[in-house]
Design a protein around this ligand. Sequence first.
Ligand SMILES: CCCCCCC[C@H](O)CC(=O)SCCNC(=O)CCNC(=O)[C@H](O)C(C)(C)COP(=O)([O-])OP(=O)([O-])OC[C@H]1O[C@@H](n2cnc3c(N)ncnc32)[C@H](O)[C@@H]1OP(=O)([O-])[O-]
Length: 256
Amino acid sequence: MAYEMIEVETQGPAAVIRLNRPAALNALCDQLMQELGQALRAADADPAVAAIILTGSEKAFAAGADIKEMQARRFPDTYLNDFIGASWEAVLTIRKPVIAAVAGFALGGGCELAMMCDMILAADNAKFGQPEINLGIIPGAGGSQRLTRAIGKSKAMEMVLTGRMMSAEDAERAGLAARVVPVADLLPEALKIAGKIAGLSAPAVAMAKEAVNAAFELPLREGVRLERRLFLGLFGTEGQQEGMAAFVEKRKPVFK
Ligand SMILES: CCCCCCC[C@H](O)CC(=O)SCCNC(=O)CCNC(=O)[C@H](O)C(C)(C)COP(=O)([O-])OP(=O)([O-])OC[C@H]1O[C@@H](n2cnc3c(N)ncnc32)[C@H](O)[C@@H]1OP(=O)([O-])[O-]
């Protein structure tokens, strides 16, 4: 598949998808989002891929939705034509772990895209923000909801109401980013995470992702019930047998 606004390569068990629209700081236009959706679905369907890494450049993960493209849009066309529809939600439909490796600006839709991934690994130069308020709009791809769940009401409210950016260090402290690493180590560290995941039992990985994501959708009791069903289901997998046998036999497990 030939892409114009992203680059896709396989590195070991990881598909690395790089947003590549440098002249616009990877601003997320329709074409880029469609290409990203296609690449994500292809990687999800590829049995050689265990995890997906979504990244940008050193200067920008993505500086938001493309303001120049959005400028002429008017209601009700935005509503009737499903603006921010399926192409924006593609990452949410992926079953393999998706790691956002974020360097530079992750603003507006860029921050929202990173938050749709399963975890955020931040480079020390990363800057997160929801500056939509400065454009006379508000976050439109989940920012007000996911940011609030990630960092709490007060911090999210300050960022959404004032457009203030958050440093990588603050993002880690607040729970938005899993970890901060030097910018030069960003991809190698993301690849290490993908490599670790690749060596594990695939059904356990898929169910772990489903269970954690359910915490954002379900009330506690329902979420715990879902976790229990998934947990019990894993006792029907070779992975559970191998993992526990290896522990008892004091050897490393070999998952197929
Ligand atoms: C399918 C769509 C669905 C949308 C749904 C998502 C909803 C979302 O919640 C809404 C948004 O994200 S609202 C958006 C929220 N995001 C924001 O409000 C952030 C807007 N960006 C900025 O504030 C600044 O660019 C930075 C502070 C990031 C960098 O400053 P710096 O280092 O001085 O760099 P610079 O010189 O400024 O930029 C270099 C070039 O990139 C260009 N470009 C950059 N961002 C762009 C964008 N989003 N757009 C277009 N272009 C963008 C910029 O014009 C320039 O090109 P030019 O040809 O030379 O004119």
